[in-house]
Ligand binder design. Structure first.
Ligand code: NAD
Length: 250
């Protein structure tokens, strides 16, 4: 457990899965947390869970694919908590499962809007706020599919590869001004994003792709995110860190 007392953390997609695990990890460490999500019911539930555990959180209903709403997300966080120290740009969707030659144009646009443009919009407004206060830490949620491909997921694979590159570019822009910016590459993690749509056969298949023979847990990703956002990770920026149970080792 890292010490986040006195820090303000923002987590997009914070109402479910990996994002919610990050929210709880920051809150347990003493941070005040802005939970950003487009799912209002889940957002309210997550805020309630943090407060029940003795933490401090607010919910901001935001679609990260809307740049104006993302700008307001940063302003609202600072209005509520006075600062922004940590941002985890995690909101994402899986999109349709089709090979490139039949992938729908609308489906492509939607995945790029959320999984890539959403990350850019977030950094576009988080960075000036962090620079104004002299520093900050950003983690962008990529995937193992930010470095290897996966059949019938062209938009997702392209967006996640782009997030890894965007993270490197931003880290180079601001490394001398007190900002650290990294990306994280989880293997297949048991969250509503996947779990809902997986039959037993697919779960077994996906489990077998990892050296450890199983899918990951959200808390195992949150543990890496927390380290990257902690004071202990002071020399880490521009990196892409895998938490994949050995998926990419073969
Ligand atoms: P999840 O579906 O459990 O949670 C995602 C959350 O993001 C949901 O609460 C959803 O409402 C929110 N969200 C989606 N689109 C949004 C938007 N436009 N604006 C605001 N909120 C939005 O999914 P998860 O598995 O926890 O995924 C979180 C991130 O981790 C995603 O970026 C995903 O691509 C990435 N990831 C997941 C896995 C996995 O196996 N589950 C693996 C690698 C990377």
């Amino acid at each position: 457990q890292y010490d986040f007392r006195g820090k303000v953390a923002l987590v997009t997609g914070g109402a479910s899965g990996i994002g919610a695990a990050c929210v709880h990890t920051f809150a347990r460490g003493g941070a005040k947390v802005a939970i950003v999500d487009r799912n209002q019911d889940l957002g309210a539930q997550t805020v309630a869970a943090v407060r029940e555990a003795g933490g401090d959180a607010i919910f901001l209903p935001v679609d990260v694919a809307q740049s104006g709403a993302v700008e307001a997300m940063v302003t609202d966080t600072i209005t509520a908590f006075g600062q922004l120290d940590i941002a985890v740009n995690n909101a994402g969707i899986g999109g349709e499962s089709n090979p490139t030659g039949t992938y729908s144009i609308e489906g492509w646009q939607t995945v790029i809007d959320v999984n890539l443009n959403g990350v850019f919009y977030c950094m576009r407004y988080e960075i000036p706020a962090m620079l104004a206060q002299g520093g900050g830490v950003i983690v962008n949620m990529a995937s193992i599919l930010g470095t290897v491909g996966f059949a019938s997921s062209p938009a997702y694979v392209a967006a996640k590869h782009a997030v890894v590159g965007l993270t490197k570019a931003a880290a180079l822009d601001y490394g001398r001004q007190g900002l650290r910016i990294n990306s994280v590459g989880p293997g297949f993690i048991k969250t509503p994003l996947l779990d809902g749509g997986l039959d037993d056969q697919t779960q077994t298949y996906l489990s077998g792709l990892h050296a450890v023979g199983r899918m990951g847990e959200s808390a195992e990703v949150a543990a890496l995110v927390a380290f990257l956002c902690s004071a202990e990770a002071s020399f880490l920026t521009g990196g892409y860190y895998l938490v994949d149970g050995g998926y990419t080792a073969q």
